[in-house]
Design a protein around this ligand. Structure first.
Ligand SMILES: C[S@@+](CC[C@H](N)C(=O)[O-])C[C@H]1O[C@@H](n2cnc3c(N)ncnc32)[C@H](O)[C@@H]1O
Length: 268
């Protein structure tokens, strides 16, 4: 599962990064919204915002791990009341500079446990761009589902967008799946690969960059994968049941060959 959401490693001087910002400190946040980044393209953002606006049913809504407001800010411009929880000050500092960003009610904290004003009244909680995988233990992921349910009103919805674990690409005895191999001769090169531990369900995304002068950088980010069915069980523990499972924001059918899913659970 190439983790595009986390592929942008430190691009600037990392010496001033605050460790409290986790894997998204200033040196990552600085380029997160760079023009040309696929995740910020209107053809990616708009379909997501369309679905979220529809499911919000007027709101209010809460984004877990709101980041720089890539999704929350455009959703707020549509008149939906949006709150967000975020761990990284460096990421959150960018929300206000976006159209609609000033309207996003931000709470700094960990989405496994942080409660925001209005808990119990939200119509929709959402967690997109593979970010459930940034929580690297099963207990932590169960807590995310529990915290989402605690913020929802009865009948409210919890939505997750995440890749399907790429384990079908692992032959017996192999634990590594390359997702980009881009040798570029005299201008350096890049290799990206995921490495899986199928016992713990931990995996890592690994980025090896060689610059034109031959210097290398190895950047490794830890994750945990969960099958859609495991997430259904986490939802059930939290008092929710599956309402939709789509292959993407176009609401297409989820099949055995789907590489991502957008899943929606309803608080019973
Ligand atoms: C890939 S970015 C996604 C940001 C935003 N949701 C988007 O779609 O662009 C992941 C974000 O999750 C945040 N994050 C990771 N773990 C978190 C946690 N346990 N609680 C709150 N935020 C977290 C990171 O700081 C980062 O901003």
């Amino acid at each position: 599962m190439s983790d595009e959401a986390n592929d942008n490693g430190p691009s600037a001087d990392a010496r001033n990064d605050d460790p409290a910002d986790g894997w998204f400190p200033e040196s990552v946040a600085a380029s997160y919204d760079d023009p040309g980044g696929a995740a910020n393209a209107p053809e990616v953002v708009t379909p997501a915002v369309d679905v979220l606006e529809d499911l919000a049913d007027g709101g209010p809504v809460l984004e877990f791990a709101v980041g720089t407001g890539r999704i929350a800010a455009p959703l707020a411009t549509r008149g939906v009341p949006v709150s967000g929880i975020e761990l990284s000050e460096a990421m959150a500092a960018r929300i206000g500079s976006k159209p609609g960003g000033d309207a996003v009610a931000l709470t700094m904290g960990d989405m496994t446990s942080t409660r925001v004003d209005g808990a119990g009244e939200f119509s929709l909680v959402y967690l997109v761009f593979n970010t459930i995988s940034n929580v690297t233990t099963q207990d932590g992921q169960v807590d995310v589902f529990g915290n989402a349910a605690a913020h929802l009103r009865p009948g409210g919805l919890f939505l997750i967008e995440v890749g399907v674990p790429d384990l079908r690409r692992l032959p017996p005895g192999q634990d590594t799946v390359p997702f980009t191999v881009a040798p570029d001769g005299h201008r350096g090169g890049y290799v990206g690969f995921d490495q899986y531990d199928v016992v713990t369900q931990e995996f890592s995304s690994n980025h090896v960059t060689v610059s034109p002068d031959g210097k290398g950088r190895f950047y490794r980010i830890p994750f945990r994968y969960a099958w859609p069915a495991e997430m259904d069980l986490m939802a059930r523990i939290a008092g929710m049941r599956l309402k939709h499972r789509w292959a993407g924001w176009d609401r297409s059918e989820f099949t055995a060959d789907s590489t991502t899913h957008v899943s929606v659970w309803e608080k019973v």
